[in-house]
Design a protein around this ligand. Structure first.
Ligand code: SF4
Length: 282
């Protein structure tokens, strides 16, 4: 099957219905901000603080910070010596203190202390990347966007609707294949699923209500290995020949030369140990 058609035909409505029933989040069709109003400034600064740390640490630091500096005007005037102890729980607290203050100053200088409502204006702020900008749009303003964190990236690949190796590529692909009316509830429900059943290691497919919609769940229940993000569809020999023929002559790879000399024997040294696996950081 054409993977693009498969991704577009994916039944998001059914998936969102099942996940919202599982996590009792109410009807995902209701406008998001009606039930979850958040202050855009606090979403912005809280998301910057949340980078490379656990949610529990972000909650502690955010509560302390916003009790003293609830808006851009007060944060822009803060001393770093006062900010650092407040945001210390999130790690990298010196850098993050500088970044959030610079962000607040920029809001004051360019946007009269208000958080902008467009992606381009948001990513122009210090410390703001695509994920943070999308979080502000969705959780601060209820504007359709798809914030892609590690949970959304992992689950979208497990479901088989994307085959990507980075959250940025996942966001780009999801924007192409997911209808805009599903964008807002996608992040909160997939993040909740990623924190509970579809965890990074040992997903609980046996308890998951979307197993029949999930490429990984279907493969595992049939005793097959799950598809991997790097299982890109292989090119047929014909497609490969056509691709080579369409390259400009100057850029074609030269044909491989046959080896005319005997292969060299392997060096007589002890085999190197394989490097130890390092856990991937967030
Ligand atoms: S079936 Fe398994 S891999 Fe698929 S979404 Fe559910 S828990 Fe995750």
């Amino acid at each position: 099957m054409n993977p693009d058609r498969g991704a577009r035909a994916f039944d998001w409505e059914r998936l969102l219905d099942r996940l919202s029933a599982l996590y009792r989040t109410g009807d995902w069709r209701r406008p998001y901000l009606r039930d979850h109003a958040e202050d855009p400034f606090q979403v912005l600064i809280g998301t910057i603080l949340s980078q490379r740390t656990r949610d529990a640490n972000t909650d502690v630091a955010s509560a302390r910070l916003f009790a003293r500096y609830p808006d851009a005007r007060s944060l822009a005037r803060a001393e770093l010596a006062d900010l650092e102890p407040l945001v210390r729980p999130v790690g990298f607290y010196r850098t993050k203190s500088r970044v959030i203050r610079a962000c607040a100053r920029e809001l004051l200088a360019r946007h009269d202390g208000e958080v902008p409502r467009t992606f381009d204006a948001l990513v122009a702020l210090p410390g703001v990347g695509p994920k943070t900008a999308n979080c502000v749009l969705v959780f601060g303003y209820g504007i359709p966007a798809i914030p892609v964190d590690t949970h959304v990236h992992r689950i979208a690949n497990r479901l088989g609707v994307v085959r990507t190796s980075t959250p940025e590529a996942t966001e780009e692909r999801l924007r192409e294949v997911v209808d805009e009316r599903y964008w807002i509830p996608l992040n909160p429900l997939l993040v909740q699923h990623g924190q509970n059943l579809c965890r990074p290691r040992g997903p609980r497919c046996d308890l998951c209500p979307v197993t029949d919609q999930c490429a990984t769940g279907v493969a595992l229940s049939a005793g097959r290995p799950p598809p991997r993000p790097d299982d890109a569809p292989r090119r047929s020999a014909g497609a490969q020949r056509a691709r080579t023929a369409s390259r400009p002559a100057g850029r074609r790879r030269p044909p491989r030369r046959r080896r005319t000399t005997a292969p060299r024997p392997p060096p007589r040294t002890a085999p190197r140990r394989a490097p130890r696996h390092r856990a991937a950081s967030r």
